[in-house]
Design a protein around this ligand. Sequence first.
Ligand code: SPQ
Length: 430
Amino acid sequence: MSKELHFFQQSFNGTLTVPGDKSMSHRAIIFGALAEGTTTIENFLIGEDCLSTIKAFQKMGVEIIRTDTTITINGKGIKQLHEPLEPIDFGNSGTTARLLLGILSGLPFHTVLVGDPSLSKRPMDRVTIPLKQMGSKTDGREEGKYLPMSIRGGHLKPITYTLPVNSAQVKSAILLAGLLTEGETTVVEPVQTRDHTERMIGAFGAVINKEGKNISISGKQKLSGANVVIPGDISSAAFFIAGATFVPNSKLTIQDVGLNPTRTGLIDVLKQMGASIITTITDQLGDEPVGTVEVETSSLSGIHISGSIIPRIIDEIPLIALCATQAEGITEIRDAKELRFKETDRIKAIVEVLSKLGANITELEDGLMIKGKTNLVGNEVPSFGDHRIGMMAAIASFITSTPVSIDDTACINISYPTFFQDLNSVSKRQ
Ligand code: SPQ
């Protein structure tokens, strides 16, 4: 489904709330499905990825009922999960695949796992290598590296594992397997990644301990049903925050958005580039800070971005690259090779899309170099079936004097089905 977009001479104005956080929505379903008792989840993200997580547990016999954005799980504990009769399809969702590999490792049955063509190209050995050390039996395409895979879980032994890649999905997969394992499992995390798994488990009555870089879980803790309210997704708000920094005459407020510091790197980067952004924490939902982001048009300057901030901006790098085309001077992003293992090779995708729009951008092995400031021009661009690339191109159409035509925007339903409605609601003619 291609879409022609032309928001030229419109700005971002007004107030917006964005749908629930994707990472937290996945985790709430996972804990609710493992818990005993009723779990309710409010402001759940009705994106295709999170629906894949629901369907996976339904196939294992968990009763999950959805009414609009509220989910009810009638949890009966881990013992109620049964061998699925059919393969489980993770669709496009890396989080579902990797976190469920962790759980399935500890469950005494056989499961066949498949995904869409994009997910089937994403490495799963980053989780199966430590899970095999714990005793999980997995196999898959290309010597067990890719989906389709099969897994036979069962009795596991605890391990201590130092993450070789800065990945919250790998960390969470091991911790979830550790929850089903007698003894203490420890993940050593050299660079902090998003910590929603660690924060949310408390609501379900269990604990994950953090001491410096060591994150430990004692196995066989009982989870009890909980009421979880999901804050707005900062990675969805990011499209509007980034756009409002460089689209002339913008002044935008985003409310009720998650402000967990492991996710707010975009705001730090944009401020460093000269953006005017004010964040205010107004509430706490469970263990997650929530608040308001106020942003207005500013003059941006290029900066160097590398090191420990990368996991805090990993999903927002397409947007940072777009902002960099509107910043004076050079922006260099390094240490971001992980982008090559997302829904598509996002380094290549960013370069191709922004080059087609007239940007001066160079592909680096582990990142990008962008020379600003450039007048962008409309063109036909691919989204590569990647929701975040498609939405980045849509935001670019606010500053191109001719339309931007995106070949496939259906992929945006992966994380933000109401994106275009929200875009229309805050775009105002200047
Ligand atoms: O779930 P998926 O497909 O991996 O989604 C992405 C995204 O852009 O929405 C990445 F492609 O987000 C990941 C994120 O990049 C979600 C996530 C999580 O919920 O734990 C963690 C990050 O991935 P990783 O590999 O760094 O752990």
